[in-house]
Design a protein around this ligand. Structure first.
Ligand code: NAD
Length: 318
């Protein structure tokens, strides 16, 4: 059997396929030649990241293609419903990147709380000439220990972040309209110990009222979840983290919140207008920024490769 990994694949994933006796081709075939390539080379499964589009026309043009894989979470580039409606299997890797995204969100929390983002920018410029001035400027940071984290969207990443926050000594609360009972978070430690925590759901109002840090881990929304009205209900000095999707936070309202002092700062991995984020967000000294790299670690890519390989192998052996 043959798999075409058109947007590449980690060595860990390739090894999984090889062990199962499946040939993996990692050639990047241009979109317009893909159908011909798949048919001529008798490809059984096509796996992509976000670059290659697997639309209805390609699916129809490749009748022998049994499985379509998305090495990652979002499947916007695949006509999933259509593919499934005509009996093709579509698989993705929803869990593989949760730890990486959660760790990035925690990184942004620490970065904003200690103003590391601006300090990192200013030290090369003034560190030598104005050390004492910068020391004073960045002297009013906050500890995370003892503070409350409000997680909005308590799925895989939200719960992974909750574990990190509990480990930092934070109190964790969450809002998720689809979770109405307490969630048990089990933390696994290096020496085999396990400790479980039960967290009751909160309302959005309770999260706004009590959280010192608010981190968003929801799917794309039709309109921003965090707008000016939501910010007005938050605690003074709140820190907002968005590593979910750009439009989830109204960036103008966020900037106004930062400028008024209501919001102490924000950590952003995603932007409403990717790949050209709002320049005022980029230039603001209270924003800690990364270019949508939540899942982009070598560890996550290895896990994604292994998970997609396992899912495709299972689908091909049905
Ligand atoms: P998940 O499906 O496991 O969890 C999402 C949770 O959000 C669910 O529990 C759902 O009930 C909840 N939810 C839906 N609408 C909500 C709303 N209006 N308010 C509150 N909660 C709501 O998904 P996940 O794997 O945890 O991913 C969460 C987000 O992270 C997704 O948007 C995903 O696209 C994004 N993500 C970002 C990166 C990155 O690179 N920054 C990488 C992977 C995933």
């Amino acid at each position: 059997m043959k798999v075409l990994a058109n947007d590449g694949m980690s060595n860990a994933g390739i090894d999984k396929f090889k062990t199962a006796g499946i040939e993996v081709i990692t050639e990047n075939v241009p979109q317009e030649q893909l159908a011909q390539y798949i048919n001529e080379n008798k490809i059984d499964a096509l796996t992509v990241r976000s670059a290659t589009k697997v639309r209805k026309d390609l699916i129809d043009a490749c009748p022998a293609l049994k499985v379509i894989g998305r090495a990652g979470v979002g499947m916007d580039n695949i006509d999933v419903a259509y593919a499934r409606s005509i009996g093709r299997t579509v698989v993705n890797t929803p869990a593989a990147s949760s730890i990486s995204v959660a760790e990035l969100a925690m990184g942004h929390m620490l970065s904003v709380a200690r103003m590391l983002c601006d300090s990192n920018n200013q030290m090369p410029l003034e560190g030598e000439s104005n050390f004492a001035g910068l020391k004073k400027k960045y002297a009013k940071g906050k500890e995370l220990q003892g503070k409350t984290l409000g997680v909005i969207g308590f799925g895989r990443i939200g719960q992974a972040l909750a574990k990190k926050a509990i480990g930092m000594g934070m109190k964790v609360m969450f809002y998720d309209p689809f979770i109405t009972t307490a969630v048990t978070i089990t933390m696994d430690f290096f020496d085999g110990q396990k400790v479980s925590f039960s967290i009751e759901p909160s309302t959005l109002e309770q999260v706004y009222k009590n959280a010192d840090f608010i981190s968003l881990h929801v799917p794309s929304q039709e309109k921003p979840l965090i707008d000016a009205q939501a910010i007005a209900k938050m605690k003074d000095g709140v820190i907002i983290i968005n590593a979910a999707r750009g439009g989830v936070v109204d960036e103008l309202a966020l900037l106004q919140g930062i400028e008024s002092g209501k919001v102490a700062g924000a950590g952003l991995d995603v932007f409403a207008t990717e790949p050209t984020p709002n320049v005022h967000i980029l230039m603001n000294e209270k924003t800690s920024l990364s270019p949508h790299i939540g899942a982009s670690t070598t560890d996550a890519q290895d896990k994604i490769g292994i998970e997609i390989a396992e899912n495709i192998i299972a689908a091909l052996s049905k």
